[in-house]
Structures are given as structure tokens and as C-alpha cells.
Ligand binder design. Structure first.
Ligand code: TXA
Ligand code: MG
Length: 318
């Protein structure tokens, strides 16, 4: 049984486990999160694997304070006002990511932005202090299931794949955090939550965009709404040969993996390792200025589904 009462000893143990790339489910005031060290690509890949997410959505990075949040993103005066008003609390801000901030490229899905939140929950806070790491955490449910508001919900959904679920009782808010995009000239609401649009408008003194604005009036979830990181280079998927000027994104052994300059997502063909390396490898090859990246075949099982989904989007004509 992986459910443990969130005693100080268990929280300390969970913090050590997180710092060593383990994944831990923990309570926040909104819903339970499935946490990983946000600076560790492999740990973040394990979160996607446990949730069986078919796509790599960017994750919310949880931090104990505004001061620590400022290590990872650019806060302008408006963002500072919002943080002062709603943190700690059920409020997430998408902000420009600070270059060289060590946040996992997988956690941000390769984007130049990062979603940050300071949760208002004693257990979440103690866990972040114990781990001494920012914690990337989606809701602790299997993909497509509803968000868990108790440790028992987490256990029912993910108990077979988790070592540790910290039980902090039922969550107070019971609804995922409000998410705003504060990267542009106008703040936009990406996901409604306990902090309302009107409260946000009162703090910044101007109207904010609603998620249904601008997209043919259709409400959209943030994961679909974002302009995903797209490499400048063209991608050729399922490549078995190298053509002139190709860079090689390899997976597993095989002749193409031996080509000079090939970047291998996982020489042993491990999908968890490949997921962890995906966005940073794409960036690395793209930065060389090549016209085309030839991508070796990747099996569409387990995390391979999300990897190939992402590669197909990156390969789509623009
Ligand atoms: O209450 C909550 O927010 C819970 C607790 C655990 O903190 N977390 C949560 O995470 O609901 P998740 O992964 O289920 O939802 C996070 C949403 C996703 O829809 C994702 O697309 C969006 O946040 N998101 C994350 N980073 C983003 C970014 N850089 N730009 C736009 N949207 C982003
Ligand atoms: Mg969720």
C-alpha cells in the first residue's frame, strides 16, 4: 500500500526520494499532484509514463515562494502584483522562462515559457523544502480520468505504479488552479479556477482575455491552445537512410545511429530515456542550423505514443 500519512518523517523521506529522481503524489489545496524534480528530465518522463499521457503537455512547476519562482521566470511589475495577491494559492502564471534556469525541457514541453504556482498547503510546502527542488506536477490521475481530491482517489488510479502517496486528507478547493498566460501585453485566462477573472482584473486594473476569446469562440484547454515549440528545421520521420545535409535524431542501435553527429534519444532503445531527451535533443540539432532532421523510427507503445505524437506535430508543414 503506497499511501502514507504525511508525517514529518514521511515528508522528509519523500523529499529525498524526489531529489533522487523518484516520483511522489502529494496534496495541494486544489487537487493531488504527481510530483517530480522539475530540473530532471528523466524524473519528469517518469511522471508522463505513470499517467500514461498520450501527449506531452507542459507541466506546472511548484515552488515555495515568489523569491524562488523568480529563479525560473521573468517577473514584470504586473506578474509581481499577481503573485503578491494570489500566492500562495490556487493560481498559476505562465511566464517567460529565464534562460539557463535548469527547468527540464520536458516539463515545459520545449516552450520558452514556464507555468509556476506557489500552492497553499502545508504538506506541499514541507515537501518542496525537503526536496530542495522545484516540483513539476500534473494532477495525480491517469490521463483522461478526473483529478484526485483525496489520497484514495490517487491510489485507485495510480496505486499500482507509485511508491509513495502522501496523504494530507481531502483537498480544500477540489478544482484545479486558475491558469493565466502573463507572457504577452494582455493577461489571458487559460483555465478558470477558484481565483476568478474578476479578482484578477481587480488586481491588475484592466480586463483580461477569456480562454474562449479569439479561437472562434470555442473554449480550449491550455494544452491545445499553446503554440508548441516547433523546430526551424524540417523533420523527416521514420528515416532509414541519411540524405545530404541531414542531421540524425537516432533511437536505439542501428546503422543511422552510427552516423557522425547523430544525437541518440536512447542508445539502448529505452522509451523513458528517449522522452527525457526529446526536447533538448531537438533543440540541440536545430541549433546547428541544419535544413532537415532525419528521425529514426520509434515504436508507438507506452511513452513512444507521446514521443511520436510530438514528433509528428513538429514535422507538420508550417
Ligand atoms: O491545481 C493544479 O493546477 C494542479 C495541482 C497539482 O497543482 N495541477 C494541474 O496540472 O492541474 P495539469 O498538468 O493537470 O494541468 C496543467 C495545465 C495543462 O493544461 C497545461 O497545458 C498548462 O497547465 N500549462 C503548463 N505549462 C504551460 C505553459 N508554459 N503554457 C501554457 N499552458 C501551460
Ligand atoms: Mg490534469
Amino acid at each position: 500500500m503506497p499511501v502514507y500519512p504525511a508525517t514529518p518523517e514521511r515528508i522528509a523521506e519523500a523529499g529525498r526520494f524526489l531529489a533522487q529522481a523518484g516520483i511522489v503524489a502529494f496534496p495541494t489545496e486544489t487537487v493531488y499532484g504527481l510530483g517530480a524534480d522539475a530540473t530532471n528530465d528523466l524524473a519528469v518522463a517518469a511522471v508522463f509514463s505513470a499517467k500514461k499521457r498520450p501527449v506531452f503537455n507542459p507541466l506546472i512547476v511548484h515552488v515555495p515562494s515568489l523569491a524562488l519562482a523568480e529563479r525560473y521566470a521573468q517577473f514584470d511589475a504586473r506578474a509581481c502584483k499577481l503573485a503578491a495577491a494570489f500566492w500562495p494559492g490556487p493560481f498559476t502564471m505562465v511566464l517567460p522562462r529565464l534562460p539557463g534556469s535548469f527547468i527540464s525541457d520536458l516539463a515545459t514541453a520545449g516552450l520558452d515559457t514556464v507555468a509556476l504556482r506557489v500552492p497553499a498547503h502545508a504538506v506541499a510546502h514541507a515537501l518542496m523544502m525537503a526536496a530542495r527542488k522545484p516540483i513539476a506536477a500534473p494532477s495525480a490521475n491517469r490521463s483522461g480520468h478526473i483529478s484526485p481530491t483525496s489520497a484514495q482517489h490517487v491510489e485507485a488510479d495510480l496505486g499500482d505504479v507509485l511508491h509513495m502517496i502522501l496523504d494530507g486528507g481531502p483537498t480544500e478547493v477540489g478544482l484545479e488552479s486558475t491558469i493565466v498566460d502573463a507572457t504577452g501585453s494582455h493577461v489571458r485566462l487559460l483555465r478558470p479556477g477558484a481565483v476568478t477573472a474578476e479578482e484578477i482584473e481587480a488586481v491588475i486594473g484592466e480586463p483580461i482575455g477569456r480562454s474562449s476569446d479569439g479561437h472562434n469562440g470555442r473554449p480550449s484547454s491550455p494544452g491545445q491552445l499553446l503554440s508548441h515549440y516547433a523546430p526551424r528545421a524540417r523533420l523527416r520521420l521514420n528515416a532509414s537512410t541519411r540524405e545530404a545535409g541531414d542531421a540524425i535524431l537516432a533511437f536505439g542501435p542501428g546503422p543511422l545511429a552510427l552516423e557522425p553527429g547523430a544525437v541518440n534519444l536512447s542508445p539502448s532503445g529505452n522509451l523513458l530515456e528517449a522522452a527525457a531527451n526529446l526536447f533538448s535533443s531537438l533543440r540541440r540539432l536545430d541549433a546547428t542550423g541544419v535544413a532537415t532532421i532525419a528521425v529514426m523510427p520509434i515504436p508507438e507503445t507506452g511513452l513512444g505514443v507521446a514521443i511520436t505524437d510530438r514528433l509528428r506535430r513538429a514535422a507538420a508543414p508550417r
